[in-house]
Write a new protein. Structure first.
Length: 177
């Protein structure tokens, strides 16, 4: 563990935690910053994007949690609520527990901190979410498009996206009429 780790990373605890125990630990540590919490088929907490980096570092380095693998990063569009969301599905190989965090941000200013330095799998996942939803991952080391052409207009997985009829003369929508 790097010497500049915060005090919480110095505990010597090594046992699997239940989802409820993880939620309790997060609520105790981050109090009002943890929004809704769920213990169901997809155990998770909801937070605002502005709080994501601090929560992510805690999830990664706290020895009671040690989430060392980002299994999946998924974007979601809640157009009716004017929000976008990133779902982080995490796993600890050492402690054999899993958990998820949903980080919400406004659709018009969809920024949140990159976690590439915490989980290398975030690299391409963040670029995909940027490409398809228009989310900006502040601090990402290589924020180029990964799926769409550089001149593609818009973000196709947003609910208000209007698919183009053609792209550089190539028909993009089959018109049955």
């Amino acid at each position: 563990m790097p010497p500049d780790m915060p005090p919480y990373a110095r505990y010597d605890v090594c046992s699997t935690m239940t989802s409820l125990e993880i939620i309790d630990l997060l609520k105790t540590t981050f109090t009002e910053r943890i929004g809704a919490s769920f213990v169901d088929k997809h155990p998770r907490v909801h937070i605002e994007a502005r709080d994501w980096r601090e929560v992510a570092e805690f999830l990664r380095f706290d020895p009671r949690l040690r989430f060392d693998w980002l299994a999946c990063l998924s974007g979601m569009d809640y157009a009716a609520d004017a929000k976008l969301c990133v779902v982080y599905d995490l796993w600890s190989f050492d402690l054999k527990h899993q958990f998820a965090v949903k980080a919400y941000m406004p659709r018009e200013q969809p920024h949140l901190a990159s976690t590439v330095d915490l989980w290398s799998t975030a690299d391409w996942h963040e670029r995909e979410a940027m490409d398809l939803f228009g989310m900006v991952f502040d601090g990402h080391p290589d924020p180029r498009r990964i799926l769409l052409a550089d001149d593609w207009v818009g973000h196709p997985l947003r609910k208000d996206y209007i698919f183009p009829k053609e792209y550089h003369g190539i028909p993009a929508i089959a018109d049955p009429t």
